[in-house]
Design a protein around this ligand. Structure first.
Ligand code: FRU
Length: 496
């Protein structure tokens, strides 16, 4: 049975999406069918297709009463919208259906686990959000909420765990066929932690242990945890709120954290070996991963950030806000997380334009190298290895008025993304810097542009910087700049 609330949302999105011109959206990055989008949810492969759900408020371009939007794809790049999957229509989730994940049950149905939010008045009269974990089961289009909801609530929490910050369950099936899930939580003292739960049948859950505690190291509340094996290691991803900046590694505010270590299956214990940011740009949060049928661990994130998204007032005509990152294939090399744009993207490459051994000194523009939906690969090195250049930059989304740039200064080993001149009228964060240890000035950059964003993959995908841009589409110039002399190879494809 579909509730009135969900039926209305479905009707609304079907009518309103027609008011959005396809050219006014990203081409291959998923944006909401209409209205607002935040976190990716339920990223999965089900019945021969990739499914991606998302935090969704169809009725306007701001965060509001959370639904789950839904889209499917054959290649993770071309998405078809399906009707909204969940609406806040049950006693356990009237305050919103927050983030969660998906898996396929042995009987072939798809299971969604999400956070149900209800608002309860406290003794002092204030309204507080109570968060519990809930289930819905469906066929890939329609989902029925489980009559036993919630399946995890405050009674399942260990001592000192907040029932107000308890959300974002990420499910998986263990090797022995039983189920696990991790959820983000805050202790009553404000420090984030990840809780591990287990179940025999994916419907009856019990608390197992605190998998990892923040102990004040990385921000406060930890949102959207994920936990998976990769290349012989165990990876834990989470998105901490209220971070203190640490060097060039972690920014203030909302961050993304990747912990790499080992896992003892007997005791469900994680031992950390290293930590790093997931993305070094401005807009990336709440990533979620899944395993494709051909064995790739693929991650997608919300290409936005909470500190600045409230500042961008989308115009009345725009009718949508928020987009996903490009899906990224993960691997571990030299103890670090590597992220490569999904290989299916290469099938969208058209109109190759290539230049080898171009000498750049000052500003250089090259015939045929323009565009706002492009895949651009650049290799730069000093023309004379004894005389390393001072700065090298790629400037794009460019005309007389605008440009966005990525620049590298080998003496400082600092790569900088700058979107000051990208159509934003607000004094928000416009720059991020990252350490790239290449004092010899040899650097490789791959830029993926899709109308309203750039993702920069550095040195064979060792680091990524993502940012949204608001520059008008006619600003499609690309130029190269060097202070000093740089030898450069460049190849550009249109993404069609
Ligand atoms: C992360 C988050 C989640 C929550 C959702 C609500 O961006 O705050 O923790 O489930 O967004 O929309």
């Amino acid at each position: 049975m579909i509730s009135q609330t969900l039926r209305e949302a479905r009707k609304y999105e079907e009518v309103s999406e027609k008011l959005i011109e396809p050219e006014m959206r990203p081409e291959f990055h998923l944006s909401p069918r209409v209205g607002w989008m935040n976190d990716p949810n339920g990223f999965s492969f089900y019945n021969g297709e990739y499914h991606l759900f998302y935090q969704y408020h169809p009725y306007d371009c701001h965060w509001g009463s959370m639904h789950w939007g839904h889209a499917v794809s054959k290649d993770l790049l071309h998405w078809t919208y399906l009707p909204a999957a969940l609406a806040p229509d049950a006693p356990c989730d009237r305050g919103g259906c927050f983030s969660g994940s998906a898996l396929t049950l042995p009987d072939g149905r798809q299971l969604l686990m999400y956070t149900g939010v209800i608002r309860k008045p406290q003794q002092n009269g204030e309204l507080c959000e109570l968060q519990t974990q809930c289930l819905a089961v469906g066929d890939g289009v329609d989902y029925e909420k489980y009559e036993g909801n919630p399946v995890l609530d405050e009674r399942d929490l260990p001592e000192g765990a907040s029932r107000f910050d308890f959300r974002d369950p990420k499910l998986w099936q263990a090797k022995d066929g039983t189920y696990r899930c991790v959820a983000g939580n805050c202790r009553t003292d404000g420090s984030g932690q990840i809780l591990l739960f287990e179940s025999e049948d994916a419907f009856h859950w019990r608390f197992k242990k605190v998998l990892l505690a923040n102990d004040g190291r990385f921000g406060r509340m930890w949102e959207c945890p994920d936990c998976f094996p990769l290349d012989g290691k165990q990876v834990i991803l989470t998105s901490p709120k209220d971070m203190l900046a640490q060097g060039f590694e972690y920014p203030n505010g909302d961050g993304t954290l990747c912990l790499i270590g080992s896992y003892d299956e007997e005791t469900d214990s994680f031992t950390e070996e290293s930590n790093q940011s997931v993305d070094y740009g401005i807009d990336f949060y709440a990533p979620q991963t899944f395993l494709t049928p051909d064995g790739r661990r693929v991650m997608i994130g919300w290409m936005q950030n909470w500190s600045t998204c409230g500042q961008h007032r989308p115009t009345e005509e725009q009718r949508w806000f928020g987009q996903m990152s490009i899906p990224r294939e993960l691997s571990i090399r030299n103890g670090r997380l590597y992220q490569k744009p999904i290989r299916e993207l290469e099938r969208m490459r058209r109109n190759e334009v290539r230049y080898d051994n171009v000498i750049v000194e000052g500003t250089v523009q090259l015939d045929g190298i323009t565009g706002r939906k492009v895949d651009l690969e650049v290799e730069a090195e000093p023309e004379d290895a004894q005389r390393v250049y001072r700065k090298f930059a790629v400037r794009f989304a460019r005309n007389e008025r605008y440009q966005t740039s990525v620049s590298f200064r080998p003496y400082e080993c600092v790569l900088k993304l700058d979107r000051k001149f990208s159509g934003s009228r607000k004094a928000i964060l416009h720059q991020r810097r990252s350490k790239v240890p290449a004092p010899d000035g040899r650097i490789k950059l791959r830029l993926i542009l899709d109308r309203f964003s750039v993702e920069i993959f550095v040195n064979d995908v060792e680091q990524v910087m993502s940012a949204t841009i608001y520059t008008e589409q006619c600003a499609d110039g690309i130029a190269f700049f060097a202070d000093g002399r740089v030898r450069m190879n460049v190849v550009k494809y249109d993404l069609v």
